[in-house]
Design a protein around this ligand. Structure first.
Ligand code: CP3
Length: 355
């Protein structure tokens, strides 16, 4: 057995302190999709690699774009530049990103398609991503970002299954939900494959240098409460428990987007250290549902960041006021959108640091 989680000390990085149970104020801040098309320096690298999957498999460039927003804004966390859909890619499922269309995948609808997935290849096919993780850690240390924590991540099994079954994005993932009811045995088997592969992938990221892990369940909220327990809470429980046995010092942040009232059960039953709140959640009400043992992360509207000015200041202030002095990790309720002016991000970080 490994040692128990370290008690927090003020010498720890702010994000790690909050995750270890300390109240840190002003709160640590980072933003989902902080590396991306709103930054001209990202667009310049992206132009060199037109294929998005190839960019995710290019350790030098992926590490570079991860560090770009840290250099500009000094965020408290860097998040590995990759994509949740690199796991189905590594399972041999196939993945392409079409310009203006988003991800396109084959549609997994039967046992034959499930049997074609090959979990034995995950670590070797994703070895370049692990190299990216190591390079980012070296880059953060080399450039003096001593207080910035490196977050590794994966999609949660249900959200990854959504894209594999639907064959791409959707507004409501109707085919995925229909399959969950029509063929529960097939659906459970897919979830089991994804749980195993996700543990393997996240564990490899920790070995390569990730200090915190995040599970993105972007479509958790399309499920009924029954299916939410079965395909969101239970898989997260399994992943967190397996990771806790392998890497007891590495906290996990869960993001069950659109979970609504289910956020309480999710936070309390999965073993996560912090829960990400989406834009629509009242932060104070959500924090009460979540309970005192778990930190909350969120949840500024990405459109307030587009608007800037007094709208942005007011929305950020509402979150800071609701959770002042609590275990908060300031973030957005969903990812930064490409039309966001970078100056608005700078103004937000200044406001948080003065909170
Ligand atoms: O900065 C970061 O947040 C780290 C990297 C990261 C990306 N995607 C890069 C990316 C992370 C953590 C993700 C997670 C992700 N990817 C999620 C979960 C979070 C969420 O947004 O709900 C999901 C559902 C995906 C799947 C995905 N990737 C879609 C639907 C798309 C197309 C839509 C879009 O924004 O273009 C992507 C592409 C993608 N992933 C981009 C980036 C920077 C844009 C690609 C480009 O540069 O052309």
């Amino acid at each position: 057995m490994n040692a128990a989680p370290r008690p927090p000390t003020s010498a720890m990085k702010p994000l790690l302190s909050v995750l270890a149970g300390e109240k840190v104020w002003p709160p640590p801040v980072w933003l989902m999709r902080q590396a991306g098309r709103y930054l001209p320096e990202y667009r310049a690298v992206r132009a060199e690699v037109p294929d998005f999957v190839a960019l995710c498999l290019d350790p030098v460039r992926a590490a570079e774009v991860t560090l770009q927003p840290i250099r500009r804004f000094g965020f408290d966390a860097a998040i590995l530049f990759s994509d949740i859909l690199m796991l189905p890619w590594a399972l041999g499922h196939g993945l392409a990103f079409k310009e203006g269309e988003g991800p396109v995948l084959p549609k997994l609808r039967d046992a034959a398609a499930l049997d074609r997935l090959d979990p034995t290849q995950v670590r070797s096919r994703l070895a370049p991503v692990m190299e990216t993780v190591t390079r980012i850690r070296q880059g953060l240390a080399g450039e003096g970002f001593d207080r910035t924590t490196l977050i590794g991540f994966a999609g949660a099994p249900f959200t990854v299954a959504c894209y594999m079954i639907e064959g791409g994005g959707s507004k409501d993932f109707a085919a995925t939900r229909a399959l969950a009811y029509a063929d529960p045995a097939l659906f459970d088997r897919l979830m089991d494959v994804l749980v195993e592969a996700t543990v393997d992938y996240l564990s490899a990221q920790v070995e390569a240098g990730a200090e915190v892990l995040m599970l993105f369940d972007s479509w958790a909220g399309v499920l009924s409460p029954t299916l939410f327990r079965r395909h969101v809470i239970v898989p997260a429980q399994k992943i967190v428990a397996r990771l806790a046995a392998l890497h007891p010092e590495t906290p996990v942040i869960g993001f069950p987007r659109l979970a609504g009232l289910m956020v309480g059960a999710y936070a309390q039953e999965t073993g996560i250290a912090a829960v990400g709140l989406d834009t629509g959640m009242d932060p104070l009400a959500a924090a009460r549902l979540v309970g005192p043992g778990i930190a909350v992360q969120g949840n500024l509207d990405p459109m307030a960041l587009v608007a800037g000015g007094t709208a942005l200041r007011g929305e950020a202030e509402a979150i800071l006021t609701a959770l002042r002095g609590q275990r908060l990790i300031f973030n957005l309720g969903h990812g930064i959108v490409p039309q966001t002016p970078p100056e608005h991000v700078g103004a937000l970080v200044e406001q948080i640091r003065a909170a």
